[in-house]
Design a protein. Structure first.
Length: 423
């Protein structure tokens, strides 16, 4: 009898230890945060980080213009310049340190469009930087944006066609299409929208050549390099053919990122377009709602790595935003996972590499400036895991109140509580 009780006690202890270990393993990583600074001005943003830890982004100069940058060893930032205009921005470098760039030229747009959203009504183009900056072709229109590259030398983005569209909101005049450039120099391929749609854009590509983005009409699609990309339908282009990823019941959706396993992160509005939730799409399970942080209205995933970690921004209806990370079925405010006395408040997460390093932009608490950051996991690399739906969120908090100019900027870009379209 005593032997049986002893064995039962040992079994219960082991079960408790296993349960505790599993619970601890499900906890998100903690992070240390590095401020990447600027190029002399008050602003910077990091759009992506590769597996070597090199960061691409944009930073303000002392005179106020914003230039694309590539980070180097020890936090050095290299100014990549522009295509002759005042502003540019860069995304994640690929493994060959080639960088996709959006840049203004010095030529005024003959149609007075503001396609890239810099506010100067100059022609803007997608470009490739690989030691020097090379402009990429369009589909017959004036403007284009190169938004991300893979390790096969392919670049995705959006390019204008020569087709005028009366349904476009002012100042847009021409239709535009999702595109892939390369891998051969000067090569551009238009990616067709879903049947019934007329425009589209591509935001992500993996090393298998699968591409994600959105399509819709010019009337219900937002495209701006410095704002929010929104379409009517989330799309996966597989071998160049568009596949609808579905929705969470609303009329707005986009696919923002894809990893090498074909897992897609994006957002979709809920029925009635009352709010927008992040989703994770897999070929086997389809679109899964990742929920929301607290009572936030918008979840906007911008990156996913090969360990099924998803990062992005979560905003309330007033435009106060906070960076989030989703992993191991838990959606977390990234600010809950850093030191409470950090001088930075992490507003948005825009990229993540396979080591779990996260980049985006943050608020300097001391002066209200926006700075690019890298958040590095304390306990090393995350282990690969299956993509499964969110079981719980670990916070019911709200984002902190942010400076009015920043809050209003996000509020104007937010696709919540109004018909999808540009403002």
């Amino acid at each position: 009898m005593k032997t049986m009780l002893f064995r039962t006690s040992i079994a219960c202890m082991l079960a408790a230890l296993v349960a505790h270990a599993q619970s601890a393993d499900n906890q998100p990583a903690r992070y240390t945060v590095t401020d990447l600074g600027t190029l002399g001005g008050p602003f910077s943003v990091a759009f992506g980080i590769n597996n070597a830890g090199r960061v691409g982004g944009a930073a303000a100069l002392p005179g106020g213009n914003v230039h694309a940058f590539l980070s180097g060893v020890g936090g050095t930032k290299y100014d990549l310049g522009t295509l002759g205009g005042p502003n540019s921005q860069a995304n994640r470098p690929n493994g060959m340190m080639e960088v996709s760039v959006v840049s203004e030229t010095s030529t005024p747009d003959p149609l007075q469009e503001d396609f890239c959203g810099f506010g100067n009504h100059l022609i803007c183009r997608g470009a490739l930087w690989n030691g020097e900056m090379t402009s990429l072709p369009t589909l017959g229109g004036n403007n284009a944006m190169a938004l991300l590259s893979n390790n096969r030398g392919q670049i995705v983005g959006v390019a204008e066609t020569a087709t005028r569209d009366a349904t476009c909101p002012t100042p847009q005049v021409l239709d535009y299409q999702a595109v892939v450039w390369g891998p051969r120099k000067g090569e551009i391929l238009g990616l067709p929208p879903l049947p019934g749609d007329t425009v589209g854009f591509a935001l992500g590509i993996n090393d298998r050549g699968q591409i994600v983005g959105a399509s819709g009409t010019c009337a219900n699609t937002i495209v701006t390099a410095v704002g929010l990309f929104v379409g009517a339908h989330a799309v996966l282009w597989d071998n160049g053919s568009p596949v609808s990823l579905g929705s969470l019941g609303g009329t707005m959706a986009k696919a923002g990122a894809i990893n090498d396993r074909g897992e897609v992160a994006g957002f979709s509005s809920l029925p009635g377009d009352s709010s927008v939730h992040s989703f994770l799409w897999t070929k086997g399970a389809g679109m899964q709602d990742l929920g929301a942080l607290g009572t936030d209205y918008l979840g906007d995933p911008a990156g996913i790595n090969n360990n099924a970690q998803v990062v992005g921004g979560s905003c309330d209806i007033s435009g106060n935003c906070r960076a989030f990370v989703w992993e191991k079925n838990v959606l977390s405010d990234l600010n809950d996972l850093i030191a409470p006395d950090s001088p930075l408040y992490l507003i948005y997460a825009l990229g993540i590499n396979d080591a779990g390093e996260i980049v985006g932009f943050s608020l300097q608490k001391s002066n209200g400036d926006l700075h690019a950051y890298v958040a590095s996991p304390v306990r090393g690399k995350s282990t690969p895991q299956s993509a499964t739906p969110t079981q719980s969120a670990n916070t019911q908090s709200r984002p902190i109140a942010q400076p009015e100019n920043i809050r209003i900027l996000f509020q104007q870009r937010m696709p919540v509580g109004r018909p999808a379209g540009r403002r």
